[in-house]
Structures are given as C-alpha cells and as structure tokens.
Design a protein around this ligand. Structure first.
Ligand code: ADP
Ligand code: MG
Length: 697
C-alpha cells in the first residue's frame, strides 16, 4: 500500500529518469503520491462548444468549432505575429500567435474544421484569442465530452513539452494502472453521514471528472479529509496534554477582590468580566492553562491581564508580561505600575536597553521572589532570567512570537509549568483560529468599553492634501492631536526614510505654529521614548511616524489618524493603525490618503475600512483577499500548508470536520474502537511521512 504510494514517478509509463528529474526539480513531484497530489487548478469544459455569437466579455476558457479563412504573418522579423481569421458561421474573430508563428504558418490549413480553445478577449469591439490551442476536429472527437484537467507548470517544463498536457497524460496513465489503489482513510460511519465518495474515486474525479458535479464531490471529500486530520491530530494532542500537565492552583482571591472593590478605575465591560471568569475557571482546574485572548484594539485587554496577574500574585506566584517592542513594554509598565502601586506590589521593566548592573539586581529579586511582576520584551526569554515561582506568563500581540517562544516560557518553571495567556489584537477569523490555534483555548472580548464614539473613516486623494491639512488644523485648534503615518517601503529603506522626511517637512511648513514629533525605526529606543512622551504629554500636536507606532500605543487625546499611501498597507495593519485613535471621549477620525489609481484589491481594502470598524469583519475580508498563508501569525505555525482546502472559503467544511473529530474523540479518545482504528492508522502513516520529510528537507 505505502509502497505503491511511494513508488518513484520514473517507473510510470512515459516518464523515465530524465523527465522524472525535471519534474522533481521543477514541481517537487517525486512519487506517485506527489503526482496524485499535484491537483489541476482548473478544468476546461470540453463538454460544450460555444458559438462566436454567444461570446461575451469576461468569459473564462471556451471551446469553439469553425474554419480558418485568412492566415497571414504580420510585422517584421523580430516582432512577427501570426494572425488567422476564424469563423463558425455565427461570427468572425481573430486568433493570434506571437511564438511558434512560422511553424504554425506551415501547418495550419485554411477552410478546414478546427477546434479552438482559449480565453476570448474583447478589444476594439471584437473578440480575439491570443495563443489559443488549436486542433484538427477529426482527431478530437474521442476527446470531447469531458473536463480536461489543467495543471500548474513552469516555463522550463513548458519549453520541454512537459507542461500541463504531459502531466495530464501521466496522471491518466497512473489512474489506469492495474494495481492503482488508494487506501480509504475515513470510516463507513463518516462516509455515510456526509455521503462522501470513496477516497479512490475522489482522486480519480479530482483529476478526470466526468462532469462538474463529480468534481464538486471529489473536492468536498478531499477537503474534508484534509481538515479533519488536522483537527483530529491537534485535538488528540491537546487532550493528552491536558491530562498529563498539571498546573498552579490559584484559588485565593483576596488580592483580586481588594483591587476590584477599592481601586478598579472603571466598570468592567460584560465581555471583560466574562473572560476574567473563564480564565479563573482555568486557574482553579488544577491543569495548566494555554489560552488565547482575542480582543479588538481598545477592548481593554490590559486590565484583564492585570486582574489575572492578581490571581497569581495572591497565591504567592510571580508573573510576567512579554511585549513585542520596547515602546509597548514601557507603556505596559507605566500603566500597570499605577495599578500595582495601589496594592504595593513590586513591578519592574526588563528590555534590551536595561543596564547590566540593574539587570543583575533584577535577576536576584526574581530568584528570591521579591519581584512579583516583570514586564519586558523578548529579553525575558533569555535563560538567565529565572524566577522563584513563575505562575503566569502573558504574551501580548501573539503574532510576533512563535510557538517555540511560547515553549520557552513554560521552562521558566520546570517544577510546575506556568499558565500561559496569549493576547492578540489581530482578530483572527474563526476558521483560521480553529486551524492555527487549535491547541489553545480561545476567549474573546467582543465588546468595547461604553462611551466610545465610533471612528469616522474617509478616504481622500493626495491631490486634496490642502483640505486635509485644513481639517487637521481645525481639530488641533480644538485641542486634539494628530498622527500621520507613512508606510515602510519594502524595496528601499532609504526611500521610506525620504518619504517620511518629505512628509515631515511639508507638515512643518503647513503648521508653523505647532510642535511636531517624528518617530521611525532607525531612532534609538531612548529617542523614540522621548518623542512618545512629548506627544503623550501634549507638548507636540502632530506625530509623524512610520508604522513603529502601530501596536498598542495609547494617547487618548489623539483623535485624528492620517494614513499616507494607504494603498500600500494591508487591511490588518490599517485596522491596527486606526485603533490608535478613538480611545478618548472625543469623536475621532481616520483619513486614508491614496494616489488616484488604485488596484481592484486596493480599492476593496479602502472601501472595507470606510464601511466597518469591526475587526472580525475586516479580518474576514483580509482572509478572502490574501488567503490564509499571508495572514499574520500563520506562517510560523506551519499548519495552514493546505493542499486543497481553502480556509477563506471552506469554513463550513472545516466546522463539519472539527465537529466530527470532536465527536469521535469524545467517545474514544485513544481511537481504540475497531471503527476508529483506521484513524489511528492514518495518523501514524502521516506522522511517519512527516518525519521522513523533515529528515530530507
Ligand atoms: P487593548 O485591548 O487594545 O490592549 P487597552 O487595554 O489598552 O486596550 O485599553 C484601551 C483603553 O480603554 C485604556 O485607556 C483603558 O484604560 C480603557 N479601558 C479598558 N477597559 C475599560 C472599561 N471597562 N471601561 C472604560 N475604559 C476602559
Ligand atoms: Mg494592548
């Protein structure tokens, strides 16, 4: 079984060692399995022949039947092209070739019936097809009437005639092998429940479906199986983990109650209280907590974090909070110190800029348990940083840290692993969270503190800059502050810097009476902190910056966010930036400045931002536009390397797959029941393959 699967493709009819080499280097196709998993990206419908009169602009690939009338070579030697007039009695169109023209000129015959395949273009009021496939009709009768697979290929393969058509032929040969056999990996209960076709049939139909419906069923089955096994594996691991790992028991709530009754600066939102309760339940469960806290920007995650810290400290444990940047760590430090001082709880800050002497003292106080709260950057991950009794690690803005780093925090207390709380402001669509963070429990703060006015968002072309400046002036005169953010230009750091400086200059000229801060990545953290503090204290009215201010910066009096070259930002980033305003009681504004020409995608991003402030809605659109591989935080997790399922579109299948996996594990968590042995077997085959691959690559 596994042998067939792992047979090298060179042994397949029509391939041989040389071609196999090229397939391997170009497409990573080495085995029968790789070939079967090289899915066509579309199928050409050869079941229908269109008439030229039926064509409409924006049609996909079509098939036409007709005769060539006039075949001629146009242009000079270097830039020659072949133009053929084609008619089927219902209309005329042009066929064009820029390559292989002289060969075709010799072989194409006028007044003979051809079958023409391609994507029609509508230009100057007439249709044409560039580089169509063209075949004599007689030789094709046997091939018409099915969906022809089209495979991803490369330039090099196409040049050697090993492109899509060749691959299609190879797959056909493979499917026709007498011993062709693909083992089933779902049990009959699941197959019946969802009316899935067999795995073998699914692979056949995915490549060579008889009709569109067969293709649909094949895809549905294979998507399910892919997502099901990801979920099964993750949920099973999670169950095992939960059983084995015990955690700190934080059941004394005196300290938390003291703060709650005497010092809480505002009433918690319902969502905040709910989440605090969820976390508390974890902390008295006796098991180690691994929880993801999702909350949109401004939803008040910091207070939740602090209340959880009090649970730990009230039970004689220490806590730490790790932030992705120094600015953020400092900000958290200042916020939390204010709260901690009220209860005389010790708190300190550790970053890359902390001096060695200060560090040494800090290390000591951590070791003897005198220091209860440590706020910092990844400096906390260092092995030298050891605690007397670490009980709760909180990570802010998860997407900057990987799973491996989370593990490092576990090791801060090897006697009893600390509870882990990961906080993220990047709203992760449900489908993605289920797949990527399946090993974490998820809590959501889905409510903003009351009294916030929704941010008004608008977009303006660069040409209207003067009007935008006038608006800024109005707001500044009312006593408000303004951010102006410039994108990092990936191609060139110099260009980013120049862009920012040009902006700074023009703002300086337009606002001679105001003080202006500037902040960018090349500044030292001391300088950055200095500028940040000036802006925070209201000594400057405008903050001109690159995206260094993106995450978490909190200046409630800043009510206007201007984003320059907004088309260069992704949706998630735009949303994060906008979240810097709307933190006080004033009406806030976000103005997206763009150049006049926008791509379709750029336009959709801008429109989405103007339409909604709901982070989850924005994340859904983002997922749709960019696909999961691009979503922040998903790359390093490695699980969204999907062959066929598409998280942006297959949410329902994912839900079904997850429910099925949950139900199976609920009844039989070790997969020992005879009906479930098949799952256990397939998981172990996967594991074996994974380890083979990790050894090779
Ligand atoms: P984020 O979730 O983005 O980290 P923060 O914790 O920084 O949000 O909170 C944003 C602002 O809202 C802070 O100024 C905080 O003091 C305030 N805040 C948090 N919770 C509440 C609440 N329940 N009521 C009023 N203001 C709150
Ligand atoms: Mg925050």
């Amino acid at each position: 079984m596994t042998n067939f699967w792992n047979t090298k493709v060179e042994f397949l009819k029509g391939i041989g060692t040389q071609k196999a080499d090229v397939l391997g280097t170009e497409l990573q196709i080495f085995t029968y399995k790789d070939l079967l998993y090289h899915f066509p990206f579309r199928h050409e419908d050869r079941t229908k022949v269109y008439a030229i009169a039926e064509l409409e602009p924006d049609m996909p690939f079509v098939q036409l039947k007709g005769k060539l009338t006039n075949i001629e070579m146009l242009g000079d030697d270097k830039k020659s092209r072949l133009v053929a007039h084609f008619t089927d009695g219902t209309g005329y169109m042009e066929l064009l070739w820029f390559q292989g023209a002289s060969y075709l000129l010799k072989s194409l015959k006028a007044n003979t019936e051809y079958l023409v395949l391609g994507v029609p273009q509508f230009f100057n009021n007439k249709f044409s097809i560039v580089h169509p496939e063209i075949e004599l009709l007689v030789s094709l009768t046997s091939q018409t009437g099915f969906l022809q697979p089209v495979y991803p290929s490369t330039e090099k393969l196409n040049r050697r005639f090993l492109g899509s058509k060749f691959i299609a032929k190879c797959v056909q040969n493979l499917l026709e092998l007498a011993n062709f056999s693909i083992p089933e990996n779902l049990n009959s209960e699941v197959l019946t429940k969802y009316r899935f076709i067999s795995r073998q049939a699914a692979f056949k139909n995915l490549h060579y479906p008889a009709h569109a419906n067969a293709l649909h069923h094949a895809k549905r089955r294979l998507k399910f199986e892919e997502l099901f096994y990801i979920q099964l594996k993750m949920l099973k691991q999670n169950k095992n983990q939960k059983e084995v790992i015990s955690g700190h028991l934080f059941d004394k709530l005196d300290l938390l109650n003291e703060f709650y009754d005497k010092h809480l600066p505002f009433q918690l939102t319902n969502a905040q209280s709910r989440v605090v309760k969820e976390i508390h339940t974890d902390m008295i469960s006796g098991k180690q907590m691994n929880r993801l806290l999702q909350g949109d920007v401004g939803s008040g995650k910091t207070m939740v974090a602090f209340l959880c810290m009090l649970m730990a400290i009230g039970n004689n444990a220490q806590t730490c909070l790790v932030a992705p940047t120094e600015i953020l760590a400092e900000q958290h430090y200042h916020t939390l110190k204010e709260y901690a001082d009220k209860l005389n709880i010790t708190i300190d800050l550790l970053t890359g800029s902390t001096r060695a002497r200060v560090r040494r003292i800090m290390h000591e106080r951590l070791m003897n348990g005198n220091l209860k709260i440590l706020i910092g950057t990844h400096a906390i991950f260092e092995d030298k940083v050891q605690f007397e009794n670490m009980g709760l690690c909180i990570i802010d803005e998860q997407h900057r840290f990987g799973v491996a780093q989370r593990r490092k925090l576990w090791e801060k207390n090897i006697d009893l692993y600390p509870h882990i709380l990961v906080m993220t402001a990047t709203p992760i669509p449900r489908t993605l969270a289920m797949t990527v963070y399946g090993d974490l429990e998820v809590s959501v703060i889905d409510e903003l503190p009351s009294g916030r006015k929704p941010i008004t968002t608008a977009f303006r072309y660069d040409a209207h800059r003067l009007r935008v400046f006038a608006f800024m002036k109005e707001e500044i005169d009312k006593g408000r502050q303004v951010y102006m953010v410039y994108p990092l230009i990936e191609e060139s750091e110099k260009l980013s810097y120049k862009n920012l400086m040009d902006g700074y200059e023009s703002v300086s000229r337009a606002f001679p009476d105001n003080h202006i801060s500037i902040m960018h990545g090349q500044m030292s953290s001391v300088d950055k902190e200095y500028e940040m503090q000036r802006f925070k204290k209201g000594e400057t009215q405008i903050m001109v910056a690159t995206t260094v201010i993106e995450v978490g910066v909190n200046v409630p009096n800043a009510s206007v966010m201007i984003i320059e070259n907004a088309e260069r930002f992704g949706l998630a980033q735009l949303h994060q930036l906008r979240g810097r305003v709307g933190r006080g009681a004033e009406q806030s504004y976000c103005i997206l400045m763009t150049k006049p020409e926008l791509s379709k995608e750029g336009r959709k991003r801008i429109d989405t931002m103007c339409k909604t402030t709901n982070g989850f809605e924005i994340a859904e659109v983002d997922l749709e536009l960019r696909g999961p591989g691009d979503m922040s935080g998903t790359q390093q997790s490695g699980v969204v390397n999907l062959m066929i399922a598409d998280l942006a579109k297959d949410g329902i299948i994912l839900q079904e797959a997850r429910n099925t996996a949950l139900a199976i594990l609920e009844k039989d968590e070790h997969l020992q029941h005879p009906d479930n042995k098949i799952f256990e077997l397939f998981l172990s085959i996967q594991k074996e393959n994974d380890s083979v691959w990790s050894r090779i690559s």
